[in-house]
Structures are given as structure tokens and as C-alpha cells.
Design a binder for this molecule. Structure first.
Ligand code: G3H
Ligand code: 13P
Ligand code: ZN
Length: 284
């Protein structure tokens, strides 16, 4: 099977009322773990690569790994650029084999974010590549941020409506209280805000910073229209913690495969659990 677009997967998720996991990859073992987990759960899946992942592994390697995965898979797989901020690189991904791109202009003023996102949507659409954009700023967990500052960072529902209408983007990442990386305390999600956004915005909603969000909160978010759920940190933890344990257990081992195999298996288990929470199991 060839790679499919994220839009194809999110349209089906919208109809079915479930969420699709978007799992970050940085190397072959992570790609294999994502695909093995999705195969075992009979679930559609999104593999995504950040700018950092592309810098580390190389764009051609990322695309080749995902094409190899899709070729033999019995489930639909999409390849998505995560947090693209560089227009040149976004275009490289569009022409280089990605089936979906995120343009992240969330740090820019509203008008500039609209203008840049619109440009990306035009180019991507011509190449049959789907799009995601972001409005609002993630990362409201820092201790020094007070309630009104935290509120100001979150996505404004009216702005979200305008943004989607003006850009024609296929999906929208929103800030409703999640943050990237490990949480010190479980995050408090602003479900009332999500509900308002959902009432005004017609495209599927994307939740970033989803590692460490309690399962029930993820289910609630999905019931309120979140369709793409981004997970990176929990995969990194499974990989690195297991690798560290294996190296301690096998101090003389010099065959990387003996150390990496359990690490890969630990990632499969974490990803399977997430897929079950998102309700995309059995939906491939
Ligand atoms: O949203 C951020 C992702 O976890 C990617 O992180 O830029 O370190 O690859 P990264
Ligand atoms: P976490 O690392 O917090 O899971 O966030 C992932 C993410 O949002 C990737 O875009
Ligand atoms: Zn993110």
C-alpha cells in the first residue's frame, strides 16, 4: 500500500468518532515500533517527523523508511511533517514524499500566520498533500505563568474560525492546556474552550503535547472533536529507559541488536496502549 494523506485518515476518524495517533519517529526502530503496534491493533496510523528528526536522520531516510513500512503494511499509514517553520523545508517535504505537512506559524502574529499558512495550503493542495496549522501557544505548565497569561496563550475560538476560513487548512492544532515534554503535574485541559472551537471550526482538531495526558481526558477531548493526537515523549521514555535497563543488565553486550530489540518492543507496547485509548483499533 502507498502512503496515504492525513486528511484521508482524519475524515474517516471524523465519521467514526475516534482519534488517530500521530507518533514521532527519529530512527528505524521507532518507525518499526509504530507500524508493528498499528498492525497489531489493526489501526490507521500517522508517522510524523519533526525538523529535528529530519536533521538527525535525513529527509530521504525518513521517507524511505516510511515507504518501506507502507509497502508491506496491511493498515493505512501517513507521513507528516511536524512543526515545520521553514517554508523551504516544508516545500522539500511536499515534493519529497511526505503526504501531509504542518506549517507552524503559531509564534507569528495572526495575519502573518494566516498568510504563510495560506501559501503552504496552496502549494500542498496542488501536490495532493494535506495540511495542518497551529493557532495559540502550547506550554502553559511553567510555574511562573499566571492564570490570565495562560489564558492569553490559548486558542481563541473566534480567531480559530477566522483562521480556518481564511487559510483553507485541512486541520487545526489548538492550545487548550497541553504542553510538549514530560509534565510535572497532569495538565488541566480547557474542555469548554475546545467545545467552543469545535462549534465554530469545521476541520478536525489536533492535540499536541499529548504524552502524559490522562486517558480519560484524551477520551473526552476526542468526544469533543480532537481527531489527531500527537505523541512523542512517551515513546522516547519507553525507548531510553528500556535501553538504559538493558545496558545495565547486559554490561558486556556489544551487539546493538540485543540492546535495541527490547527497547523497540517497549515502544510497541506504549503505542498499542495509546491506540486503544484513541479508539482507532480495529478501524484499519
Ligand atoms: O513537538 C515536538 C516534538 O516532540 C518533536 O520534538 O523537535 O525534539 O524532534 P523535536
Ligand atoms: P509530546 O512529546 O508531549 O507527546 O508532544 C508531541 C507533539 O506534540 C509533537 O508535535
Ligand atoms: Zn507538537
Amino acid at each position: 500500500m502507498a502512503l496515504v494523506t492525513v486528511k484521508t485518515l482524519l475524515d474517516a476518524a471524523e465519521k467514526g468518532g475516534y482519534g488517530v495517533g500521530a507518533f514521532n519517529c527519529n530512527n528505524m526502530e521507532i518507525v518499526q515500533a509504530i507500524v508493528e503496534a498499528a498492525e497489531k491493533e489493526k489501526s490507521p496510523v500517522i508517522i510524523q517527523a519533526s525538523q529535528g528528526a529530519i536533521k538527525y536522520a535525513g529527509l530521504d531516510y525518513v521517507v524511505a523508511l516510511c515507504n518501506a513500512a507502507a509497502k508491506n503494511a496491511s493498515i493505512p499509514i501517513a507521513l507528516h511533517l511536524d512543526h515545520g517553520t521553514d517554508m523551504e523545508q516544508v516545500i522539500q517535504c511536499i515534493t519529497g514524499g511526505f503526504t501531509s505537512v504542518m506549517y507552524d506559524g503559531s509564534a507569528k502574529p495572526f495575519e502573518e500566520n494566516v498568510a504563510m499558512t495560506k501559501k503552504v495550503v496552496e502549494i500542498a493542495r496542488a501536490a495532493r498533500v494535506s495540511t495542518e496549522a497551529e493557532l495559540g501557544k502550547l506550554g502553559g505548565i511553567e510555574d511562573h505563568i499566571n492564570v490570565s497569561e495562560r489564558d492569553a496563550m490559548m486558542t481563541d475560538p473566534q480567531e480559530a474560525k477566522l483562521f480556518v476560513e481564511q487559510t483553507g487548512v485541512d486541520s487545526l492544532a489548538v492550545a487548550i492546556g497541553t504542553a510538549h515534554g514530560p509534565y510535572k503535574l497532569p495538565p488541566k485541559l480547557d474542555f469548554a474552550r475546545l467545545e467552543k472551537i469545535r462549534g465554530l471550526v469545521s476541520v478536525p482538531i489536533v492535540l499536541h503535547g499529548s504524552s502524559g495526558v490522562p486517558a480519560d481526558d484524551l477520551r473526552t477531548a476526542i468526544s469533543l472533536g480532537v481527531r489527531k493526537i500527537n505523541i512523542d515523549t512517551n515513546i522516547r521514555e519507553a525507548f531510553c529507559n528500556t535501553l538504559r535497563d538493558e545496558m545495565a543488565k547486559q554490561p558486556g553486550e556489544i551487539d546493538p541488536r540485543k540492546l535495541l530489540k527490547p527497547a523497540r518492543q517497549a515502544m510497541v507496547e506504549v503505542i498499542r496502549e495509546k491506540i486503544q485509548i484513541f479508539g482507532s483499533n480495529g478501524k484499519a
